[in-house]
Design a protein around this ligand. Structure first.
Ligand SMILES: [Zn+2]
Length: 244
């Protein structure tokens, strides 16, 4: 295989660098989106899972109240039986007072139980009517998460392919430029830049006339300021100016 001219090779490597940077940026963006969607999904699933637990807890509170009410009933029955036995006036009044207190407590607990039943039924009804909606929202989130994961995997595969392509190109470099390129690649994403308006395309440092001549003769040179490898592409022919 014929080795491409250095500048053509460098250009090719530079375009790989740009593509790699693009893929990496895309992966970073997708990963951020994935994290957000995953957090949303986790929260929705957790909330969805708490509803049955909440219903169980509500029912338990109602049952506990029922037990307490039954025990008050037993107590009241017992005290009513005592009422017919006791004859001492003072004890009788004390017992009547206790019965009145217990009856009031029973009324309060009864009201509370009715409220709790209503809340329980309302919540249960809400859950049943909201379930299809929640299910579809959860499904939508799961689909989004799965598709983002797929996108990331595909982009990672594209990135790997581009990196392999670039490696193959770098291997075409001679012994002089290959280590230079590899060293620079550690510190910067774009070690190869195109000359723009007679300046380095990376740091925009103006190039000396001598360097421009070398570049035009297909020599590989580096920027004096940032050390990037410079690539020269055929300039577009500018129309003669009328100002002169
Ligand atoms: Zn430069």
């Amino acid at each position: 295989m014929a080795t491409p001219a250095p500048h053509a090779l460098l250009l090719h490597i530079a375009s790989c660098d740009a593509l790699i940077a693009h893929h990496e940026h895309h992966i970073a963006t997708l990963t951020k989106q994935l994290q957000q969607q995953q957090t949303q999904l986790d929260a929705a699933e957790a909330e969805h899972a708490t509803a049955p637990k909440k219903l169980i807890a509500m029912k338990k509170a109602i049952d506990d109240l029922e037990l307490e009410l039954r025990s008050i009933d037993e107590d009241l029955k017992h005290k009513h039986r005592q009422l017919s036995i006791i004859t001492a006036e003072k004890q009788l009044r004390a017992l009547e007072h206790e019965i009145a207190m217990l009856s009031r407590k029973k009324e309060t607990l009864n009201d509370l139980q009715v409220d709790q039943w209503l809340a329980y039924e309302t919540f249960q009804h809400e859950q049943i009517s909201q379930n299809p909606l929640v299910d579809s929202q959860l499904e939508k989130l799961r689909v989004t998460v799965a598709s983002l994961q797929q996108d990331i995997e595909q982009t990672q595969s594209l990135l790997a392919t581009t990196q392999e392509e670039q490696q193959a190109l770098v291997n075409l470099f001679d012994d002089h430029w290959a280590p230079i390129y590899k060293r620079m690649k550690i510190h910067m994403q774009d070690p190869v830049v195109i000359v723009q308006k007679d300046s380095c395309g990376g740091c925009f440092y103006p190039l000396q006339a001598q360097m421009l001549i070398k570049l035009r003769h297909n020599e590989v040179i580096t920027c004096m300021l940032c050390n990037r490898l410079l690539v020269y592409t055929t300039p577009t022919i500018s129309a003669p100016t009328t100002s002169q």
